[in-house]
Design a protein. Sequence first.
Length: 478
Amino acid sequence: MIFKHTTLFIKALFLSMVLYLSACNSTDQAYDLQFYTNEYPPFNYSEEGKLIGLGPDLVYRIAEELDFTPYILVGNWTESYQACLDDEQGVLFSAVLNADRKDLFKWAGPYAEVEWNFYKKVGSSWDIVTLEDAKQVGSIGVLEDNTMHQYLVQQGFSNLVFCEDQEDAVSKLLEGSIDLYPATEIPMKSTLVNLGSSFYHVEKELHLLSELIYFAFNPAVPDEVVADFQEKIDDLKRTGFITSLTETYFNHRNVPDVLMIYTEDYAPLSFRNEQGEISGFGTDLVREILSRRGEFYNIQLTSWSNAYQLASLNRNVCLYTMERTTARENLFQWVGPIGSNTSFFYTRTGSGIELESIEDAKQLAHVGVVENWFSTQTLIEEGFTNLTTVSTPEELVHLLMNNEVDAVVITNITFPAILENLQYAYSDVEENLELMSTDFYISFSKETSTVIVEEWQESLNAIKADGTFQFIHDKWLH
């Protein structure tokens, strides 16, 4: 449908769905806000004439504590998104913070995390292993201006089809009129139930990325109001209120911490061991720092490209381990150094390839790299146009050993363990050409409090001074 982006039209359009919500009797004008949302169970949905879900229940509680009356308008996502942009008193929920949106709004949160996956209908013949595979399908359903639409456009997809809402998209998936649909698990399950179907009628086909959910404020909303919301969200995390809401609506307790810590599967620096625990040199150091500070935060393991994006966009994110390079210097804050390594162009043993210079490497047909790795950023700066980009180092190994690339770029400190985990030997590859030597650190997002970063550095210095650092180093990097 064609939607005219004016506040007057929006209010007329939403009138039949408007919910006047009295959380208190205050007439305080400091929080003269207009909230916008969409039907997206279990985040936000209507039941027996009332809007409920994780987002609305959190709005009601914050409104009660800040003593104001919230007004919520409910429409489809595209309408609500544009309405908030047009309304100087607008607040949008539940909204993902991504690169396209970050500078369009002010943000308070996060209060939830979502995992996006491609879904297909059971019995579909499509076998999707990479994003490139997904670009070959006939059509992928998306909701206009939602985070997956923006992400897939950024990734170069041209086979996208707009759907009216989630129910429309899932209906089209089940009918076979679209081949894939990107969604998160709990809302997908709810939508299938609403359609009289079940989760067993679809299959998860490819994990895309993790993202964090916020309140998005129109830029005209005063900073003090946004800061009050942020303070209340952090308080409600500490008291367990948001965890309780998450249990109620999502049947799990995974709530973004006040400080969120991410790492990648990159043995021996960080990896998931046979017991399912996140382990490794960097992990032991981070846990030792937390222990000395009397803190406990959950550590999440994800792909490097996803973790890097989360740390680039969100406040209060810790990411380890990260090489400190000129390109990254002003993008993050740094605690360390905690180690050094060397990146090489690796080729298969017996391939006959001999690289004498960077210019030689540029002449190869295909060089495998991992998205957002420091070495990848360096090669792009050096003018390489022959890069094949993947999400994980394990994918690099498969490309190299299956002769799909001529060389891969990876560090010597991690490659032996990665090869061993995949049943290869270090002797199966050759260090053909050195690219660069670097130091690696524990990194923090730019908007993290400098006090936190300085205190972590002090803890690391103490760990080095009393010999604990050397013990951890020798355990993993002997």
